[in-house]
Ligand binder design. Sequence first.
Ligand code: HEM
Length: 220
Amino acid sequence: MQTVSDIKRPASRSSSGASMGWVAPAKVIVFIAALYPLARIVLLGVTNGLGANPIEFITRSTGLWTLVYLCITLAITPARRLTGVNALLRFRRMLGLYAFFFAALHFTTYLWFDKWFSVTEILKDIGKRPFITVGFAAFLLLIPLAVTSPKAMVKKLGRRWQTLHKAIYLIATLAILHFWWMKAGKHDLILPKIYGAIVVVLLGWRLLVWLKGRYARPRA
Ligand code: HEM
């Protein structure tokens, strides 16, 4: 998930002219490291370490990692602005796709092992449990972002791509609501509060940048 301007930027040099030869190997390392949550589930699975309720373990683990990758993806632009390292943008699409990948695993676990592919059961659940309703909405919104993430789509859609990818803010908000609602029933809001604060800071930062850009413009 990157911007049109990222794509137009030459691959081997940053805008400051510094060498970016480290980016390709770093991307391979990040790609492998980001598979850690899946490797952990597989390892625990084959060693009987998933606990008394393996389905719950997998659902919760994949849900939490989806949120973690969403937060990291949202943090890339602020981190780039704060550090001046433009190359950070080159990791955003991969990490955004990891968020989608874990969301798909999370949903598949629910669809398969919780609902046994029963569409009527799922629709009933979506209508009955608000935390499922918002989680499902977040997942549906992630699909067009993942589909339009290839570079060719970024070029083809131009400005419309940027508008579409603003949905990431709504997705992050829905993800927090999903988490919050789910945990509120269990009176265990520590993690939702921590992730909620992270998302508020990340979205608040974007809002400040936007407001600054809007009101700092010289008057005609
Ligand atoms: C962007 C999309 C989503 C995100 C970020 C997300 C995130 C999460 C998180 C953080 C948890 C709690 C993990 C924990 O307990 O530590 C969770 C649990 C759960 N999510 Fe999601 N979720 C998403 C979409 C969905 C969808 C589409 C469904 C099903 C339609 C779903 C169903 C569930 C269920 C059943 C649980 C476990 C509830 C329980 O253990 O009582 N989620 N999710």
